[in-house]
Structures are given as C-alpha cells and as structure tokens.
Design a protein around this ligand. Structure first.
Ligand code: MLC
Ligand code: AMP
Length: 503
C-alpha cells in the first residue's frame, strides 16, 4: 500500500548503509531503521492507534525517539512532538487540545502526565534517553515486517504547536506532501547524497531538527552523528569525519568564539547551514574569515517548512535568506491592503507552495485569517526583495521573541506575570543577547508597597513556563511608555534596554 512520505524514505534506504551514529558510538544502519520503526509501528497498532490518531511525544533525543516519528508515519498516525522543556502546566493544554490517543513521555514524568491524560482517555507509555521504557518493551514483542498503512499526499503526518499571539498555542497541521516536497527540494538544492555525514545537534521536536535535518538525511540515504545537544567542542571534534552541519545562529556564535575553529578543523566539511533566527552578518563574516566557509542561511517556519535559501553555488549573502526554493512563491505585500509591493520596498512576506501547511488544528477562523484568498500564507515576517532577488528579513510584524532559535510569544509570559499579586502590568520584549540573539526581558509595573522583586517573579514562573521562555532579567518601572492610542511602545523599551546584555 502507498504511504506517501515513508515510501520515499524506504526507497532511499540502503539496508547496510549507516544511518545514525550516537556520541557513545551506537550505530544504526538503514536496515535497523526499517526493522525497528516496523516493530514500533506494530506496538502502536497493538495499543489501538489508528490512522489519523495523534501520538504526542515528549521524550529526550535518542535514535529510538526518531524511530517513533517514523513508526507514526508508517501506522498513519499524526506525530505530535513536544519540547522537553515544557512544564506539566504547558503539557496539559496540548493534550487537551490535540486529544492524543497515546502520549509517550520519559518514565520520570509518567505519573504526572497520566493524571492529565486520564480526562482525555489517552494512554501513556514511556521512552527514556537511553532507549528504554515501556513502549520499547512492547516493540520487542513485535516483528520487523510491519505493513505500512496507506497514506496519501494530503493526509496529516504531524502537528507542531507554535505559540499564538493571543497566548493560545496553535497546532500547525502538516501533511505527508508538505514534508516530502520540502525535504526533496532541500536535498537537491543543498546537494545531499548518500556520501554525506551530518552533525545533528538540534532538538527533534521542531521543524529544524526533525524535518529539515532528519528528513533530508533520510531522503538522501546519508548518515548523521546524532548528538543529545549542541556542544562546540564535540561539534569541532566530529567535523573531521563529517560533511555538513545545520544549526541555529547560537551554534555559530559559539563556534566563532572557540579557538578550535580553523580552516584545518573544517577542511572536510562542505556545507554549514543556519536558520530559525537571524544570523548576524558579523557572525557570517567572522566564520568565513576563520574557516573559508560561507554559512548558507535559509528561512522557514513551522507552518511552511523552508521557504528560501541562499544558493549552493553563487553568493551566499550575509544578512539575506537567499531566494525562494523551487516550487515556492514568495511576495512582499502592504500589510494593510495586501497589495504586492515593488522590489526594494519593505512589507509583509507571504508564501505559497506545496510546503505550506493545511491550517491550524481546530481553528478554522485563525487559519482563514492568515491566508489570502489566492492561497498565500501571511508569515508575519517583514522583509524586502533586493535588486538581485535576494530576500531580506528586516523585522517581525508579529510580537515574537526568538531566543536561541526558540520562539517566545510575549503575551504568554505577560499573562503569567500580570496574574502575580502586586503586579499592575508588564511588557515582555526581546533585546540583543550575545549568545541567544535575543534575551527575553520583562519590564514590570508593581503597586506601590508591593513586595515583589526580580527573584520573586522568576520563582513564580519556574513551574509555569518552560525555562527558555523565562525572562533572563526582570526590570521594574513606574510606568510603561504608551503612544497616544494608549498602546505600550515596545520599541521604546527595546531601545532603552538595548545594552542590557552587552558583554
Ligand atoms: C537553553 N536555555 C535557553 C535556551 N536554551 N534560554 C533561552 N533561549 C534558549 N534557546 C537556558 C537553559 O535552560 C539554561 O538555563 C541556560 O539557558 C543556559 O543553557 P545552555 O546550556 O547554555 O543552553 P544549551 O543547552 O546550550 O542550549 C542553547 C541552544 C539550544 C541554543 C543550543 O537552545 C538549542 O539547541 N536551540 C535550538 C532551537 C531550535 O531547534 N529551533 C528550531 C525551531 S524550528 P539555566 O538557567 O537553568 O542554566 C524553526 C523553523 C526554522 O524555527 O526556520 O527552522
Ligand atoms: P517557528 O514558528 O519556530 O517555526 O519560527 C519561525 C520564525 O523564525 C519565522 O517566522 C521567522 O521569524 C524566524 N526565522 C526563521 N529563519 C530565519 C532566518 N534565517 N532569519 C530570520 N528569521 C528567521
């Protein structure tokens, strides 16, 4: 039976070729991948997972966790990965909204997650960082020869939650063809072959590490070093036997500061890709001076996969995200009227193509509001197209902070802070941060006499918000600056605190 995405993965898989090598030297061939994901798919089926069911996964990065994604494709389930940093309070919302048939978590959190899923009739199984857990025990009782479930191009493969501007996260529904078309475009554009070895140090619960890095590797029959997290020493060590690295700008900022980053250390590498947040032109230049490699910057988002990329051959221009990928249409419009602007003018970036998602899970009104009538998706990013056709991202129309490649919607943090006793109001902004690009910063107004300080605010947020969303600093002011309409002027706050994290 045809399974749109997994058939393509299977076709590229040469059973004896290495697919994954871990930091401890554990090796998985493509044959192992096919057998193991088949056993896991069998276990999912035995647990009652049927096509279209959501399978939510909050698990540490491991080859087994990646196999679970593949098993979901094979059984026709909708894979729903969750950031390991999410607190139970955050998890509760995702589980309530997506009502997964199965939730897979680390054994440590099983009991607390079970208390949440009980209301939604989901079951909970476990998977730990070393490949243990109840789900794998069940897989051990299955055979390798799972018959993949039929899935067409428009069937859902995954739902990835992106934070919403009003505080409620939205589940982006991604189809088999959204993922396949984009991975094939990237494979060809970036010249991936089975001879490539990728340094994979990204998390696998977001588009970058899961779809861009893993799907492109799979569809090339290439191999990867699968690392639990980014570590500059380890990445440099592995460059001697690798060909490609993909990372968020923080990876490159840290590498540039490392004495080991030299031409010799990177001599065997053919490509460094950056994305998920803006790469500073100075980082691009410093990297190129030290190594001779021009980092290739590309632009994407959860809802659209990858939209643009700098060229493989030709100028990789610092501060730009290159050209639309084959099959992707991109235009810049007047945010108010929606009219297309001439090249050189700044406006809203809109995209259309096989990469663009199907809509937000159970939110038809929000979905409709973010698409134009002719099918273009309104990204919320502000940009322009220069005379040579390069796309520049010059800002964000959406109130969003990107820290180390993770998105934080200020409203979500402000809502938590505003609920604290003694707080009148707050504004959360992103200001330049030398390591994370932007540092989440809270500016708070408290009632006179209220006994609330920075440590108090941070302590209250501890179990409410994932660590990366928590402000790096909390500052207190008498009043927030407002314009004549009464709207808080976040740009003024960003200017006031622009040097807060300067070295
Ligand atoms: C960790 N911390 C962060 C953070 N990551 N704080 C803010 N922003 C982040 N991104 C916290 C830690 O909990 C810790 O808290 C402290 O900061 C320092 O931790 P660290 O050890 O320095 O962090 P590290 O583990 O090295 O992680 C940094 C990182 C990581 C940048 C390597 O965040 C990362 O891998 N980011 C990648 C995100 C990603 O994959 N984005 C893709 C989204 S998809 P404390 O105080 O407890 O010590 C997408 C679409 C597209 O955007 O286009 O790709
Ligand atoms: P996410 O919702 O996590 O997928 O984040 C997507 C957002 O990240 C985009 O809408 C952009 O704002 C930002 N982004 C991704 N890649 C780049 C890039 N190369 N340069 C600037 N911003 C980027």
């Amino acid at each position: 039976m045809a399974n749109h995405l997994f058939d393509a993965i299977r076709a590229a898989a040469s059973p004896d070729a290495i697919f994954i090598e871990t930091a401890e030297g554990r090796r998985w061939t493509y044959g192992d991948m096919l057998a193991f994901s088949g056993r896991l798919a069998g276990a999912l089926k035995r647990l009652g997972v049927t096509p279209g069911d959501r399978v939510a996964v909050q698990a540490e990065k491991s080859p087994e966790a990646l196999m679970l994604y593949l098993a979901c494709l094979r059984v026709g389930a909708v894979y729903l990965p969750l950031n390991t940093a999410y607190t139970l309070a955050e998890l509760e919302y995702f589980i309530g909204d997506a009502t997964p048939h199965l939730v897979v978590v680390d054994p440590k959190t099983r009991d607390s997650v079970e208390s949440v899923t009980r209301y939604h009739r989901g079951t909970v199984e476990t998977l730990d960082a070393t490949g243990g857990g109840s789900l794998l025990q069940l897989a051990g009782e299955e055979t390798d020869d799972f018959a993949d479930v039929e899935r067409g191009p428009d069937d859902l493969a995954a739902i990835l939650y992106t934070s919403g501007t009003t505080g409620r996260s939205k589940g982006a529904m991604l189809t088999h063809d959204n993922l396949l078309s984009n991975a094939l475009a990237l494979r060809d554009h970036w010249r991936f072959t089975s001879a490539d070895r990728l340094i994979h140090a990204l998390p696998i619960f977001h588009t970058h590490g899961l779809f861009v890095a893993s799907n492109v590797t799979l569809l090339s029959g290439a191999s990867m070093y699968f690392l639990p997290k980014f570590d500059a020493d380890e990445a440099l060590r592995l460059m001697a036997s690798s060909t490609v690295m993909m990372g968020v700008p923080t990876f490159y900022v840290r590498l540039v500061q490392h004495a080991g980053l030299t031409r010799e250390a990177t001599a065997g590498m053919r490509l460094f890709v950056s994305g998920s947040a803006p790469l500073l032109a100075e980082t691009h230049r410093a990297f190129s001076e030290k190594t001779g490699h021009a980092i290739l910057e590309r632009y994407g988002m959860t809802e659209t996969n990858m939209n643009t990329s700098n060229p493989y051959d030709g100028d990789r221009v610092a501060g730009t995200v290159g050209f639309p990928l084959p099959g992707v249409s991109l235009r810049v419009t007047d945010p108010e009227t929606g009219k297309t602007l001439p090249d050189g003018e700044t406006g809203m970036i809109e995209v259309k193509g096989p990469n663009v998602f199907k809509g937000y899970w159970k939110m038809p009104a929000k979905t409709a509001a973010e698409f134009r009538l002719d099918g273009f998706f309104i990204t919320g990013d502000l940009g322009k197209i220069d005379a040579r056709g390069y796309v520049h991202i010059v800002g964000r129309g959406k109130d969003l902070v990107i820290s180390g490649g993770y998105n934080i919607y200020p409203k979500e943090v402000e809502t938590e802070i505003d609920a604290m006793p003694g707080v009148v109001e707050s504004a959360v902004i992103g200001v330049p941060h030398p390591d994370f690009g932007e540092g989440v910063t809270a500016v708070v107004v408290i009632r006179s006499g209220a006994a609330l300080d920075e440590a108090g605010v941070l302590a209250a947020l501890k179990d409410r918000l994932a660590r990366y969303k928590q402000p790096k600093r909390v500052l207190f002011v008498d009043d927030l600056p407002r314009n004549t309409m009464g709207k808080v002027q976040k740009n003024v706050l960003r200017e006031t605190y622009a040097d807060l994290y300067k070295d």
